[in-house]
Design a binder for this molecule. Structure first.
Ligand code: 13P
Length: 254
């Protein structure tokens, strides 16, 4: 399967700033094949970035979505709005949403259904805190997050979903999981998916690693067993670094 690299810009880049970075990445991608690249700018920059990447191999994602189609939900953005802005993907259940904004597993599940219903491909984030890992609860936490998020979806929906394993302790800390740590959790996620939807469908789902991915660790992480791509935060804000990470995932350039 084609590796996927996602740049999550978080709350960085205004409408006038974002196109410059998008343009640099689009240009750099001309020389890179065999990797799918997705950019997730803030809501207000979606349209401006879409104008830059339209017609290229780079796709657009939003960082969050509401589950209702419309209504009195001040501050929220619906799946249809994202679709019309040009999004193909949407990040759901990012740990910053879960921890800073108290999003529950149930909220994540509603967003998954709504996104798929609108034809958006969810990038579902799961991951344990350091405390949970220390207590040996990593597998249990991730299994719970997956079970609730995927409940209610059809078996064939799995093909439209990307899963990102982002250990909370590795996000923005400069302390990435090792390739072995990432691979161990990814294998458990794959096993969980197999039990849920069967071997063939489970095999079609990409499992990305995220958390302090940088050009100097991307090679090792992307080669680890069951790692099918990377979700990049801080390092996606510099075109040079981001493109270096993409290059690490490119099977042709290895
Ligand atoms: P960093 O790469 O900055 O650690 O962020 C990871 C992340 O949260 C991507 O969604």
């Amino acid at each position: 399967m084609k590796p996927l690299v996602v740049g999550n810009w978080k709350m960085h880049g205004t409408e006038s700033e974002a196109p410059t970075l998008a343009r640099q990445i689009r240009r750099g991608m001309r020389a890179l094949h065999g990797v799918e690249v997705v950019l997730a700018p803030p809501f207000t920059a979606l349209t401006a970035v879409q104008k830059v990447i339209k017609g290229s191999s780079v796709h657009l994602a939003a960082q969050d979505v509401h589950w209702e189609a419309e209504g009195a939900f001040t501050g929220e953005v619906s799946p249809k709005m994202l679709k019309e802005a040009g999004c193909r993907f949407v990040i759901i259940g990012h740990s910053e949403r879960r921890h800073l904004f108290h999003e529950s597993d149930q909220t994540v599940a509603k967003k998954m259904l709504a996104a798929l219903g609108a034809g958006l491909q969810p990038i579902l984030c799961v991951g344990e805190t350091w405390e949970e890992r220390r207590k040996g609860e990593t597998t249990r936490v991730i299994a719970r997050q997956l079970r609730v998020a995927l409940k209610g979806l059809g078996k064939s929906d799995i093909k439209k979903i990307e899963i990102a394993y982002e250990p909370v302790w590795a996000i923005g800390t400069g302390r990435n999981a090792t390739a072995a740590q990432a691979s161990a959790v990814h294998q458990r996620i794959r096993g969980f998916l197999k039990r849920l939807v069967g071997q063939e469908r489970a095999a079609s789902c990409r499992i990305l690693y995220g958390g302090s991915v940088k050009p100097d660790n991307a090679g090792g992480l992307s080669l680890a067993a069951e790692v099918n791509g990377l979700l990049v935060g801080g390092a996606s804000l510099k075109a040079r670094d981001f493109l270096a990470i993409v290059r690490c995932c490119n099977p042709i350039s290895l």
